[in-house]
Design a protein around this ligand. Structure first.
Ligand code: LLP
Length: 418
């Protein structure tokens, strides 16, 4: 974090940025000890830039928060938030377990070195091929989502450790698209269906219940309630309360701390039960920023100033999909008073990354940064308009390394069969 002894400007790097970020002596943003203007020159833009130590420290924060209170816990990385080999490797090293939602995520998790026993396979419609792959790989636990899947697993996987995904009827206060715990959901078994599902289990080993109420959640009481609802369903050794802890996307947001979240998870859970949680966003979201290059600045008198950057909805779908609000800064001139709208380069008017943000007199050639893009940025990147997806750069102690390279034009044609 920025310290008082640094330049006054350093104080303006808020908690939305990765741990250890600061403005250096030249007034430039530094992530993991690396000057982002230099990163832009070396690796090009757009690029996802992560402070590797930020991810590690949050993984430790989760584990320490549990460890202070119990030795019966498991922190499971919800890898959909940021699935790439480097982060799987890093979190496997940190001793976490891993949630995969598809055969592809399973492939990457195994490639990153996760012990298959510590992998949980999720999904509301796992294919037979995905189940087969998981069984062959020795995946520890499969989370059953429906009666059809239960039948399939009874056939395919006698003796397999499973959990049942429950829809607890709890609706947190978040965007409807990322709310999953309500009764009307494509995920899991309704509470009243669970006994019938449990009765149906014959050859599988049911070790516990799972529920995930939604994502980007700022309230903690739904988690206490959730533990109570699941406990009322039955007595099992494992209770997985899902992910969902929200993060700050803008400086005014103050989500609950990891410690307070863990406290709530444990408060509602009975003694002797092993509590699992599945953080995705809160492990990796604030660890990453996106750097762009400004290409054009278009001032429409009395209307708006569009600052267009060299990425957009192909590297960050969240503003368009969820109306998500981000911040932006010129990487070597934080602060500023010019009211601007940061636009992407895609052929859609809706391709706006940040509406109405104050920047310091942006000009073509400037490097612009949007913080808190570490979760569901790279994960949901696409090639719309034939835009090559950005690289992922890990920074640590002043060293930067490419952990995912930028797409090439050849990559765009790699699957074309003619
Ligand atoms: N566990 C399960 C079963 C989940 O479905 C999810 C997220 C998580 C854990 C992790 O949730 P987190 O801790 O990251 O909130 N694309 C959306 C988020 C979709 C989340 C889907 N499931 C976004 O960009 O906001």
């Amino acid at each position: 974090m920025a310290g008082a002894a640094e330049t006054p400007a350093a104080a303006r790097v808020s908690h939305v940025y990765p741990h250890g970020s600061r403005l250096n002596e030249r007034g430039r943003l530094e992530i993991g000890g690396c000057d982002v203007i230099e990163l832009a020159e070396e690796f090009g833009t757009p690029a996802y830039v992560y402070a590797e130590d930020d991810i590690r420290s949050r993984a430790r924060e989760f584990q320490d928060a549990f460890r202070r209170r119990t030795d019966r816990f498991e922190v499971v990385y919800a890898s959909k938030a940021f699935p790439c080999t480097a982060v799987y490797r890093l979190l496997a090293e940190e001793g976490l377990s891993c949630d995969v939602a598809s055969g592809g995520e399973l492939f990457l998790a195994l490639r990153g070195g996760f012990d298959p026993k510590k992998i949980y396979l999720h999904g509301n419609n796992k294919s037979v091929a995905e189940i087969r792959y998981a069984l062959d790989a020795g995946v520890g636990t499969i989370v059953i989502d429906s009666f059809d899947e239960l039948e399939r697993l009874e056939e395919m996987a006698p003796g397999q450790r499973v959990m049942l995904r429950v829809t607890p009827g709890i609706k947190p206060d978040t965007h409807a698209y990322i709310s999953t715990g309500q009764e009307d959901s494509k995920f899991g078994f309704g509470v009243e269906e669970v006994p019938r599902a449990i009765d149906r289990i014959d050859r599988l080993e049911l070790v516990g219940l799972h529920a995930h109420i939604g994502s980007q959640v700022f309230q903690l009481d739904p988690y206490e309630k959730l533990a109570e609802v699941l406990t009322a369903v039955g007595d099992y050794p494992l209770l997985n309360l899902g992910g969902g802890l929200g993060i700050a996307y803008t400086a005014d947001q103050e989500p609950p701390s990891i410690d307070a979240y863990v406290e709530s998870l444990l408060r509602g859970a009975p003694e002797g039960v092993t509590v699992l949680c599945e953080p995705g966003r809160s492990l990796v979201g604030n660890a990453g920023v996106t750097i762009y290059r400004v290409g054009t600045v278009k001032e429409i008198p009395n209307v708006r100033t569009y600052v267009a950057v060299d990425g957009g909805m192909s590297d960050n779908l969240r503003p368009m999909l969820y109306n998500a609000r981000y911040e932006a800064e010129i990487a070597d001139r934080f602060g500023g008073a010019s009211l601007c709208t940061v636009a992407g380069k895609h052929c859609e008017s809706g391709d706006i990354l940040v509406e109405d943000v104050l920047l310091d007199d942006p000009r073509p050639g400037d490097v612009l940064v949007t913080p808190a893009t570490g979760a569901y940025g790279h994960a949901m990147a696409n090639n719309y308009n034939g835009i090559p997806r950005p690289p992922v750069i890990f920074c640590r102690d002043g060293d930067a390394r490419v952990v995912v390279r930028r797409d090439t034009y050849e990559d765009l044609a790699a699957r074309d069969a003619v």
